[in-house]
Write a protein that binds this ligand. Structure first.
Ligand SMILES: CC(=O)CC(=O)SCCNC(=O)CCNC(=O)[C@H](O)C(C)(C)COP(=O)(O)OP(=O)(O)OC[C@H]1O[C@@H](n2cnc3c(N)ncnc32)[C@H](O)[C@@H]1OP(=O)(O)O
Ligand SMILES: NC(=O)C1=CN([C@@H]2O[C@H](COP(=O)(O)OP(=O)(O)OC[C@H]3O[C@@H](n4cnc5c(N)ncnc54)[C@H](OP(=O)(O)O)[C@@H]3O)[C@@H](O)[C@H]2O)C=CC1
Length: 293
């Protein structure tokens, strides 16, 4: 069944949607990348183009492979263009209401046999599946950011996911040169169950004045060999996404140790969402990022 996945639809042309489109096209899949606004779609295609061009410069792919991949990606703001998809991966904002609304719109358009997957970082696959017309052909395919670089993909079955769907997802991911881990359907799965409390703790460390942004990130980069400091990583993921994941952990596991740091809440309320909005724990509007605390 996995070999039947040729046409891939992607919903949400943000940082994850772009990355998934890129790796799927490089692997030879036909991709439709959908978002609500034509401007967002255009910006996404420019991002993919830029990333592929960098990979040519660093010798990871040839220029012919870059052109071939680009030719396989069609950007669209018309959801009906997803009708030919064998697999649709929803990578829209980490908000259950948004995702439910998307499924209500997209399910009637899809082929009955099409698989619908979500790239959610934290939400219950079983609950999201119940908002679709195909819980047995619904599951989590969770890529890591940046998608073209990170090797891991977490696969998560909901209670209703059937075996052919799981096998097809595994085969699809294996075409992308990624490594799979399987996680059970618990809040935030494996990576974010471990990573996000660490990031949240770094924000508490800042909130309580234990260290500055620079001190905390330097400490974890040089003291624990992390490739990015936790506050830099929070900005990279997106502070709205980080907050949403902590809320899912807090509510889903009913344990106060997952309480989102009030400073994280404040940043999100201010619209300081990290790199994607130009400001978070760092200000990205100048030539180099400047700590905001
Ligand atoms: C929230 C969730 O649900 C789950 C998650 O994803 S959690 C987040 C998981 N991700 C991480 O933890 C990332 C941690 N950071 C890192 O691993 C590294 O800092 C990094 C790979 C992002 C960058 O590495 P670096 O060595 O500092 O930078 P750099 O040398 O510029 O980049 C290395 C490669 O990554 C590529 N890259 C960097 N950022 C990129 C991006 N945003 N998109 C695409 N490619 C990117 C670069 O082009 C470069 O590729 P080439 O070798 O082909 O030139
Ligand atoms: N950031 C990360 O590190 C990771 C994120 N994820 C998950 O991937 C998903 C996307 O995250 P990310 O790419 O970072 O988020 P972004 O904010 O970068 O992108 C989300 C995109 O979805 C669009 N969108 C919102 N509503 C709709 C809709 N109804 N129909 C179509 N598109 C819509 C947004 O448009 P607009 O901006 O106009 O609202 C935006 O373009 C989330 O579920 C997140 O948890 C998974 C792994 C890592």
């Amino acid at each position: 069944m996995g070999s039947e996945i040729r046409n891939v639809g992607i919903i949400g042309a943000g940082q994850m949607g772009c990355g998934i489109a890129q790796v799927a096209a490089v692997a030879g899949h036909r991709v439709h990348l959908y978002d609500l606004s034509a401007e967002r779609v255009e910006a996404a295609l420019a991002t993919v183009n830029g990333n592929l061009a960098r990979q040519v410069v660093s010798g990871k792919i040839t220029d012919d492979a870059r052109s071939a991949a680009l030719a396989l990606i069609t950007g669209t703001s018309d959801v009906n263009d997803l009708a030919s998809s064998d697999l649709v991966i929803e990578a829209a904002t980490e908000d259950e209401a948004v995702k439910r609304k998307i499924y209500a719109t997209v399910c009637p358009i899809l082929k009955p046999e099409a698989i619908l997957a979500t790239n959610t970082s934290s939400l219950s696959i079983t609950r999201l599946a119940s908002a679709t017309d195909r819980p047995e052909r619904f599951m989590g395919i969770h890529f890591m950011n940046p998608v073209p670089v990170m090797k891991l993909v977490e696969l998560v079955r909901g209670i209703a996911t059937d075996e052919p769907t799981f096998v097809a997802a595994k085969q699809f991911v294996s075409t992308l040169d990624k490594v799979i881990t399987v996680a059970e359907d618990f809040p935030a799965f494996i990576v974010n169950r471990i990573l996000l409390p660490m990031i949240n703790e770094a924000i508490y460390t800042l909130y309580e004045g234990v260290g500055s942004v620079d001190a905390i990130d330097t400490a974890m980069k040089l003291g624990a060999n992390h490739p990015m400091g936790p506050l830099q990583l929070a900005d990279f993921i997106g502070l709205d996404t980080c907050l949403s994941i902590m809320q899912v952990l807090h509510e889903g596991l009913s344990d106060s140790k997952y309480r989102p740091c009030p400073l994280l809440v404040k940043y999100v309320e201010a619209g300081w969402l990290g790199r994607k909005s130009g400001r978070g724990f760092y200000d990205y509007r100048g030539p180099t990022p400047v700590p905001t605390r």
